[in-house]
Design a protein. Structure first.
Length: 200
């Protein structure tokens, strides 16, 4: 069996036994794009995402002995990555404290996908400024959600994981995932509605 044919779980078990760097490199390669994109959306910053990606695989290396036989690798990897992202966001918050009012344009493009779920079609050009203000407010609210809600939004909405998978990653019941997602969408909807002024 070649490395590319082996399951993730088999690769990790092999790496744990042999320490073969090629085996580890194959695992990194498999998740390089997917996991980096997840962290990039979660953190809204390419440098932070790269750091969190490297920290994630460092933890995989350090904790591979703790990986339970019979468990699936992907949810475990996402649990490690989510924890790294949460830690990174906390460090940034401690450093910046209250500089959230500086809006970053392009790095919230993916957030606009969430906004589009809430947005009604507005063709009137005069509504563009209002939409931009709402988009910024929703993006800011998304970034300021409690970590428990932020993680669920990122895993379920942006990463497209099932509730069950997100629950496994976050080590919470499926019902908790659903309620956190509903609460997050509720907060974003409130911000959206608060910034929507009907024009006569």
């Amino acid at each position: 069996m070649t490395l590319s044919q082996a399951t993730d779980e088999h690769l990790l078990a092999t790496y744990r036994k042999t320490g073969d760097r090629q085996v580890f490199a194959e695992l990194v390669h498999r998740y390089e794009r997917e996991l980096y994109n997840f962290l990039r959306r979660y953190l809204g910053d390419a440098t932070l995402a790269e750091d969190a990606f490297q920290a994630t695989f460092l933890q995989v290396h350090l904790k591979c002995e703790q990986f339970d036989e019979g468990r699936r690798f992907r949810p475990w990897l996402y649990a490690v990555a989510t924890n790294q992202a949460i830690d990174a966001r906390r460090r940034v918050r401690r450093q910046r404290m209250v500089s959230l009012d500086q809006s970053t344009g392009g790095e919230h493009d993916d957030v606009l996908r969430l906004v589009q779920v809430l947005e009604s079609t507005e063709e009137d050009p005069s509504a563009r400024l209002e939409r931009n203000e709402r988009n910024a407010a929703v993006a800011q609210t998304l970034q300021s959600l409690p970590e428990s809600m932020m993680a669920v939004v990122q895993l379920v909405y942006f990463q497209g994981l099932k509730y069950r998978e997100a629950a496994e990653i976050l080590n919470v019941p499926v019902g908790t995932v659903k309620s956190r997602l509903n609460s997050a969408i509720g907060k974003l909807t409130d911000v959206w509605n608060a910034h929507h002024v009907e024009t006569p």
